[in-house]
Design a binder for this molecule. Structure first.
Ligand code: NIG
Ligand code: FE
Length: 387
């Protein structure tokens, strides 16, 4: 297999605390990185660089592990900018618009859906994302969710079944019937196409008891669990996520101290989605509060047409630093290794020897520029290992 050396790296973020400056992000200045087309073979000071078959000189640029985006809804048709405009004029988000995207997605043919969705995945990749999780959830029928999951497998790296996004229109007078469909035939049909199951457990979506029932069925079918919790209100969803040992509990916009403590003594990662607070004009949760308590925090785009039409992890990092109290290093870690932890993966999100050769070369000498220069496209190239 061909080996390749990346030389003259101004700052290499390895996320290996045994490397470089000994911090959590394992920073090496004036570094080199050796990879083959699958794995990291070596990293260290450029002056000690070994020989390789090919050489890329990045001329002092920073290199980071590829972003891991553990929460997206990129497969949908249409857009809802009118709702965004209304929110900016004072209207609150209540999840009601999801039905509009369900109608548009159901009506889209597979070619159009693939074209629109893959353009969003391309944007994410251009911006340095090497692993993307994609949820279903905009068809809410057995055949429709199957179609979305097939597309998610084609376009993404981790696939999540979200049949429990909202109760669709046709079940408006029979929500128990919909919960039974999701927990029974829909999950049975969909389980082999997904690794994960998620539920939107919130005011106006699914209750804690409904979510527990659906997640329990999913677990029996061998799926890992994740949860949308406390985006709109605190209905006790975080406690459920911890009770069910969800890999990740996402949003956590409205949080109380007892939940922070619960999370800190669990293996459940808190995935924060500042694009959603930005686009719904909601108060940002404090990442500091979770970090200081000892919880593991990840960052994700939540790319969706309703609450966060965001395809830039760099923008998410900038928001987390500016609005959520994270240091730059904490946000870098949370957007790479934190996302990997939220997906229970240890082969990605870092550049230790043996990790997947997934990394991004920046158009900047230091990774801090991602937060320092928001709005510029600072990812020069994204390298994804052979899958
Ligand atoms: O994560 N909260 C639920 N799902 C999405 C929003 C979906 C939509 O509004 O279309 C979210 O924010
Ligand atoms: Fe979401």
């Amino acid at each position: 297999m061909t080996t390749r050396i990346i030389r003259h790296i101004g700052e290499l973020i390895t996320n290996d605390p045994n490397m470089g400056d000994g911090t959590k992000v394992g920073r090496i200045t004036d570094a080199a990185l050796v990879v083959d087309d699958a794995r990291v073979l070596w990293s260290g000071p450029d002056r000690n660089a070994p020989a390789a078959d090919e050489m890329i000189d990045v001329g002092g640029a920073a290199v980071i592990p590829g972003f891991v985006d553990p929460h997206t809804h990129v497969i949908f048709a249409g857009e809802r900018s009118d709702e965004f405009e209304a929110r900016m004029a004072g209207v609150a988000y209540d999840g009601g618009g999801i039905a509009r995207t369900v109608a548009a997605t159901r009506a889209a043919n597979i070619g159009d859906l693939r074209e629109q969705s893959s353009a969003r995945v391309d944007d994410l990749r251009t911006g340095g994302v090497t692993t993307v999780e994609i949820k279903s959830g905009y068809e809410l029928t057995v055949a429709g969710e199957l179609r979305l999951l097939a597309l998610a497998r084609e376009l993404g790296d981790e696939v999540t079944f979200l049949g429990a996004h909202v109760v669709p229109e046709e079940f408006r007078h029979d929500r128990d019937g919909y919960v039974a469909l999701v927990a029974g035939p829909m999950l049975e049909a969909c389980a082999s196409r997904a690794t994960w199951a998620d539920v939107f457990c919130d005011q106006g979506a699914f209750s804690v008891d409904e979510a527990r029932h659906i997640l329990s069925s999913a677990r029996q079918l061998g799926l890992g669990l994740r949860l949308h919790a406390n985006q709109l209100a605190d209905i006790g969803a975080i406690a459920l996520a911890v009770e069910m040992d969800c890999a990740s509990v996402d949003h956590c916009t409205h949080v109380r101290d007892h939940d922070v403590e619960r999370l800190a003594s669990s293996l459940t990662v808190v995935t924060l989605l500042p694009g959603a607070e930005f686009s719904t004009r909601s108060p940002y949760p404090s990442a500091r509060r979770f970090l200081d308590a000892g919880a593991c925090v990840a960052l994700a785009t939540d790319c969706n047409p309703g609450t966060s039409y965001v395809t830039s992890m760099a923008f998410v990092v900038a928001l987390a630093v500016r609005e959520m109290g994270m240091s730059v290093d904490e946000a870098l870690w949370a957007s790479t290794r934190g996302g990997a932890t939220a997906l229970r993966r240890d082969d990605i999100g870092h550049l230790s020897v043996g990790a997947r050769a997934d990394f991004a070369v920046l158009d900047a000498p230091r990774a801090a520029h991602l937060a320092y220069r928001p709005g510029s496209s600072l990812v020069a190239s994204t390298y994804r290992a052979r899958r």
